[in-house]
Design a protein around this ligand. Structure first.
Ligand code: HEC
Ligand code: HEC
Length: 365
């Protein structure tokens, strides 16, 4: 009898509690309705540590775009995303092919979606995290700024940014992926550029045969070693601009006129600064994977490495801005046929087969 009474009382208490809770949660939900915000999942991106191989400088990461696992994964998808071009046919990867050191498939000039060609050769993309300027004329001072260019560019992907962003917002999953990377569903062109920049910063090459030689992991052949010696001594003088010691980047990140022309069809840096003393100067390209990135120079004028070496062996052409480090204008380097072949053999040791086959840089589609 007592037990029965107890049970009844407890039942009443519980019913009351349930009612109170129901009223409470109704009030709560009423309150919530006043806030327009929908319920958002937690935002906690995972930091991504960029590699810093032996002998390399510190990677450059802007404070407002820290590299994260989510940002890199999103950037990789966007790099291979054809929705970013107006007719959905072209992605960054169309002109930057991993198998060829992210250069444009042997093309002298790249062809955009409207069949129009530019006047510059597409660089290979490598070790961009360590560079201070981008494009041949250095007009972009960060990867984020660089990444804003190709999509609206009329001779490349030719799509207005608002249209590109709208297409991504309608596509499956991108909303969630932008949220995971940047904590917002209302993403715009700057978020796209940030994600692309994060991905491109991870594209680090440090396992070429040259790197392995510098780490004493293997020996180069006598022929390659003679090429090495020409490269790093006054015989060839390549190292002043394509540095090995100053960070193993094979570029000094500076602008030079390497004596290609006496009259400039493309002013290079001069067109950006408006300073005549900059005419004919271009950013020294990294020579990493150079055996894969033909043709060569800003206008793709040389089809082979042999032609490039012949250019330097000739001493280059005189002009008002030719670099003082081009010390043999008019006289030439006077390399023997064997020396020239050895220098080419050495340039081929810059190919990094792990970089061009790394699945982390390949298309996720
Ligand atoms: C139609 C071909 C084409 C497409 C598509 C393209 N690029 Fe390029 N890219 C080029 C060319 C050509 C250059 C050299 C332009 C110059 O220096 O003026 C270049 C240069 C670059 C550079 C500068 C590299 C350096 O060392 O300074 C980066 C980085 C780059 N592209 C990334 C991208 C990204 C990211 C995308 C996609 C959003 C993209 N590209 C789409 C052709 C293309
Ligand atoms: C004065 C600085 C300087 C010196 C010295 C120099 N280079 Fe260059 N190199 C450059 C610049 C700048 C470019 C790009 C020029 C352009 O396209 O207008 C370049 C381009 C190249 C390219 C083409 C790369 C590409 O992706 O298109 C190769 C290969 C190259 N140099 C190899 C060499 C070799 C080998 C030597 C030594 C024999 C050498 N360089 C000496 C500054 C230099």
């Amino acid at each position: 009898m007592m037990d029965y009474l107890c049970l009844k009382i407890m039942q009443k208490v519980i019913t009351r509690m349930v009612m109170v809770m129901a009223v409470f949660s109704l009030m709560l939900s009423a309150c919530r309705k006043e806030e327009p915000e929908e319920e958002k999942p937690p935002f906690s991106p995972t930091p991504f540590e960029l590699v810093r191989p032996d002998g390399f400088p510190a990677p450059i990461e802007p404070a407002d775009n820290p590299t994260t696992v989510e940002g890199v994964a999103l950037g990789r998808k966007l790099f291979y995303e054809t929705l970013l071009s107006a007719n959905n046919t072209q992605s960054c990867g169309s002109c930057h092919n991993q198998a060829l050191g992210f250069s444009d498939n042997g093309n002298k000039f790249s062809t955009g979606i409207d069949g129009i060609q530019g006047t510059r050769n597409a660089q290979g993309l490598v070790n961009l995290a360590f560079n201070l300027r981008f494009f041949w004329d250095g007009r972009a001072e960060s990867l984020e700024k660089q990444a804003l260019e190709p999509i609206p560019n009329p001779i490349e992907m030719h799509q207005r940014w608002p249209d590109a962003v709208a297409k991504l917002k309608n596509a499956k999953n991108y909303k969630n992926e932008f949220y995971a990377a940047f904590g917002t569903y209302e993403f715009d062109s700057l978020h796209v550029a940030k994600a692309l920049a994060q991905f491109m910063r991870t594209m680090v090459s440090y396992n070429s045969r040259l790197d392995k030689r510098l780490r004493y992991e293997l020996n180069l052949t006598p022929q390659e070693m003679n090429g090495f010696s020409i490269y790093i001594t006054e015989r060839g003088d390549c190292f002043h601009c394509h540095n090995i010691d100053g960070g193993r980047l094979l570029t000094d990140n500076q602008f030079h006129n390497n004596g290609l022309d006496s009259v400039f069809a493309d002013l290079g840096l001069g067109a950006i600064t408006g300073n005549v003393f900059d005419n004919g100067k271009f950013l020294t390209p990294s020579l990493r994977n150079v055996a894969l990135t033909a043709p060569y120079m800003h206008d793709g004028r040389f089809a082979t490495l042999e032609e490039v070496v012949e250019h330097y062996n000739s001493g280059g052409k005189p002009s008002a801005t030719v670099d003082p480090l081009m010390k043999h204008v008019g006289t030439g380097l006077n390399l023997s046929a064997q020396d020239k072949a050895d220098l080419v053999a050495f340039l081929k040791t810059f190919t990094d087969s792990t970089f061009i086959t790394n699945p982390a840089f390949a298309s996720p589609f």
